[in-house]
Design a protein around this ligand. Structure first.
Ligand code: FAD
Ligand code: NAD
Length: 453
């Protein structure tokens, strides 16, 4: 006889944990299945500890700006402080007891196993099979995608997990991939004295964002002493027991370092979840869903596994929709037009909606506006560390913003107003008549609006 429940949630990262708790609080009998830590990647090896590390690196960088602005000042980096804060304050020593207790207190039945689908509304976990009366919510997240570069397999390379858990700062590190994980961690490590080399296969860093964003990230990393090589195709890796060596296409000088961080994107193994038993394609890169996060009859999916941008806020947003739909309450479809994201480098690089290139590829008549932060009053006041810009992308026929980037000392916070503008499709004419506080960083938005051409 199968175990019965109203809903079975597989994977308790940000999306699954929220959904399981909310459904239980709404009176449903919920089983939550988790193979690792309740909370998932974000609190233990992702957003939270990485941002604590970044905060520490930013404090060092600010200290380095003291001589130019305020007198004498010298900070001496000590990684052990950061490692200790990550261990004790962010992850409780990678212990999820508190999160698990919070969830079970809400009434969720926690099953610590690896789950897989076993047909419509059925999930197998360990030696038990659960039958879900209402349905199954898949929230299994993503795992690092390791490229098939010869020589890489079998070496002690790092993924984000080891880079976050590191108790000691290596003398040197190669970072394979210059996306969000690569640039954020490269900057932290460089600021703590590690000789970092970023090897990005594409033409620029942060390739999903505006070209100006990638150029800014490269400038920032180089200013922190890192080496940035774009268009760098690694054809083989070797490890001699102590050092990694990357052989690059074109017979270039090999690059050597003590550590190798692989940050070349994330993916999901749907075959391992037996999604075929529920009628889904096991070879797909992600689980396609409709606007209510339904993937099949009695099956919902949220988070990284849906392939709609691997961000905690997307997972939580989707989970709210799925919970409402599972409870059979009507509501709006998921809407990704104004999907915001922030790369937490210094300067921060925030972006929302689509890029200029994406807008042109969609056949829009596009106008763009650009305002460099160093040329703004607040940028000049700020002085060292003021690199950044605001770039706006307007659908000129409709007179609304469809995308925007705000990079600078408070780029992630400045993004908020642009997020509202893209989400609500506020006419740019109306935005131009807004009063922008002087002298803020966000006043550069006004300059960018007046630059639209
Ligand atoms: C270094 C780093 C920094 C990041 N920084 C940010 C940031 O600043 N802001 C941001 O928005 N996002 C950030 N992200 C991305 C963010 O962490 C993810 O988008 C988010 O965690 C995805 O949530 P999720 O709900 O899809 O599940 P995940 O967090 O991926 O968790 C999925 C859970 O499911 C479990 N699981 C998987 N398969 C099974 C199975 N078969 N059975 C049972 N359990 C299973 C896993 O053990 C895991 O606990 C970062 C990621 C990394 C790696
Ligand atoms: N601040 C944030 O919100 C934040 C921070 C970290 C991660 N994340 C999420 O996690 C996801 C995964 O991050 P990521 O940085 O691993 O992936 P990514 O997809 O953002 O970037 C991967 C990069 O690796 C490059 N690459 C791929 N194969 C390569 C190879 N063989 N050699 C050299 N370069 C190669 C790609 O061209 C790309 O630039 C992000 O897309 C993001 O959604 C978010």
């Amino acid at each position: 006889m199968d175990d019965q429940a109203d809903v079975v949630v597989v994977g308790l990262g940000p999306g699954g944990e929220y959904a399981a708790g909310a459904l239980a609080e709404a009176g449903m009998d919920v089983v939550g299945i988790e193979a690792g830590l309740v909370g998932g990647e974000c609190p233990y090896w992702g957003c939270v500890p990485s941002k604590m590390m970044i905060r520490a690196g930013n404090v060092l960088a600010e200290a380095g700006r003291v001589p130019a602005l305020a007198g004498e000042g010298k900070a001496v980096p000590d990684w052990s402080r950061v490692a200790e804060r990550v261990r004790s304050e962010a992850t409780a020593g990678w212990n999820d007891e508190a999160a698990a207790d919070r969830l079970t207190a809400k009434g969720v039945r926690l099953v610590r196993e690896r789950g897989r689908l076993a047909g419509p509304r059925r999930v197998t976990a360990g030696d038990r099979t659960f039958e879900a009366r209402r349905g199954v919510l898949l929230a299994t997240g993503s795992q690092p995608r390791v490229p098939p570069v010869p020589g890489l397999e079998g070496t002690p390379y790092w993924t984000n997990r080891e880079a976050i858990e590191a108790a000691e700062m290596p003398a040197s590190m190669l970072v394979l991939g210059g996306g969000a994980i690569g640039v954020e961690l490269a900057q932290v490590y460089a600021r703590f004295g590690c000789a970092v080399t970023v090897l990005e296969g594409g033409e620029r860093l942060l390739s999903r964002e505006e070209p100006e964003a990638g150029e800014l990230a490269a400038r920032a990393l180089r200013a922190d002493g890192a080496t940035v090589r774009t268009g760098a195709r690694t054809v083989a890796f070797a490890h001699d027991g102590t050092m990694f060596e990357a052989l690059l296409e074109g017979g270039l000088e090999p690059v050597r370092a003590e550590r190798l961080l692989v940050a070349t994107g994330r993916g999901t193994d749907l075959a391992a979840l037996d999604v075929g038993t529920a009628g889904l394609d096991p070879a797909a890169h992600a689980v396609p869903t409709d606007g209510q996060m339904r993937a099949a009859d009695g099956l919902w999916a949220v988070g990284d596994v849906t392939g709609r941008g691997a961000f905690t806020h997307v997972s939580m947003y989707q989970a709210q929709i799925a919970v409402r739909d599972i409870l059979r309450r009507p509501g709006r479809d998921a809407d990704y037009r104004a999907l915001p994201r922030v790369t937490f480098t210094d300067p921060e690089i925030g972006a929302v909606g689509i890029t200029e290139r994406q807008a042109r590829d969609r056949g829009m008549r596009v106008r763009t506006g650009l305002a460099p932060i160093p040329e703004s009053t607040r940028g000049r006041i700020h002085g060292p560390g003021n690199d950044g810009f605001v770039k706006l992308v307007e659908d000129a026929d409709r007179g609304v913003l469809v995308g925007a980037t705000s990079a600078g000392p408070a780029g992630g916070e400045v993004l908020y107003g642009l997020n509202v503008a893209v989400h609500t499709e506020t006419p740019t004419d109306l935005l131009k008549h807004m009063i922008f506080t002087y002298p803020t960083f966000h006043r550069a938005v006004e300059a960018a609006l007046h630059d639209l051409h």
